[in-house]
Design a protein around this ligand. Sequence first.
Ligand SMILES: CC(C)(COP(=O)(O)OP(=O)(O)OC[C@H]1O[C@@H](n2cnc3c(N)ncnc32)[C@H](O)[C@@H]1O)[C@@H](O)C(=O)NCCC(=O)NCCS
Ligand SMILES: Nc1ncnc2c1ncn2[C@@H]1O[C@H](COP(=O)(O)OP(=O)(O)OP(=O)(O)O)[C@@H](O)[C@H]1O
Length: 198
Amino acid sequence: MKIVGLTGGIGSGKTTVAKMFEAEGIPIYIADDRAKYIMDRQDVIDRIQAVFPINVLDALGKLDRRKIREVVFDNKSLLNELNSIVHPEVKKDFLEFVQANQAADFIIKESAILFEKGLDRECDFTILVTAPEEIRIERVKKRDNTTEDSIRQIIANQWDDLKKKSLSDYIIENIDMKLVKECVISIVNDIKLRKNSI
Ligand SMILES: CC(C)(COP(=O)(O)OP(=O)(O)OC[C@H]1O[C@@H](n2cnc3c(N)ncnc32)[C@H](O)[C@@H]1O)[C@@H](O)C(=O)NCCC(=O)NCCS
Ligand SMILES: Nc1ncnc2c1ncn2[C@@H]1O[C@H](COP(=O)(O)OP(=O)(O)OP(=O)(O)O)[C@@H](O)[C@H]1O
C-alpha cells in the first residue's frame, strides 16, 4: 500500500480534490477533520486549556475553535504548543487508518501542513493543489464567513506554493473542476502503476 500526501494552502481546494479521489475508490484521510474530532476528546481539551492564556471553552464546555483560531495564527509559540498536543494524536489515529486500509493500492493523506511538518517524508508520493491567492481568499471568505486579515494570518503560517511545488510529485491547479477531475483520474492511474518509493 502506498501513502500519497495531498496538500495545498488554505482555500486551494484540497478537501474538494481529496473527495474526487474518494469518488474514484481511493480511501482518504482528512487530517484537519480528524484533528477536530480528536480535539473534542476531554483529555485533549484539558491539555489545550492548560497551555492557553484565555478560556478556550464555549458555554457548553466544548472547545471553541473560533477563539483558538483568533489567537494562534498570530502567536507562533502558542500555535507550536497546540500542534505539539494535537499532532501526535493525529499521527496515532492515522496509523490506525493505515492498518485498516492495507488492502488498498494507495491511500490519500490530506493535510494543510504536510511539508511544513515534514510529513511528506512518510509519503511515497505527494500531490500539491494550487490556486491563485486571491481566489483562495475569496473562497475561504465565502466558506467560513471570515475576514481577509484572518485568512492572511493563516497564509503567513504556511509555506508558499513555490517552495511546495519543488517538493511535489504532482501539481493540480484547481480552478476548473472538470479539468481537475480529469487530472485526478490520470493521477490515480499513474500512481497505481508506480512502485512504493519509501
Ligand atoms: C486553529 C484551529 C482550532 C482553527 O479551527 P477552525 O475550525 O476555525 O479552522 P480550520 O481547522 O478549518 O483551519 C483553517 C485552516 O487553517 C489552516 N491550519 C490549520 N491548522 C494549522 C496549523 N497548525 N498550521 C498552519 N495552518 C493551519 C488550514 O489551512 C485549515 O484548513 C484548528 O485549525 C486547529 O486546531 N489547528 C491545529 C491542529 C492542526 O494542525 N490541524 C491541521 C492538521 S492536523
Ligand atoms: N474549483 C473550484 N471552483 C469553485 N469553488 C471551489 C473550487 N474548489 C473548491 N472550491 C470551494 O472553495 C472552498 C475551499 O475549498 P476546500 O475546503 O476544498 O479547500 P481546502 O484547501 O481544503 O481549505 P482549508 O485549508 O481551509 O481546509 C470550498 O467552499 C469549496 O467548495
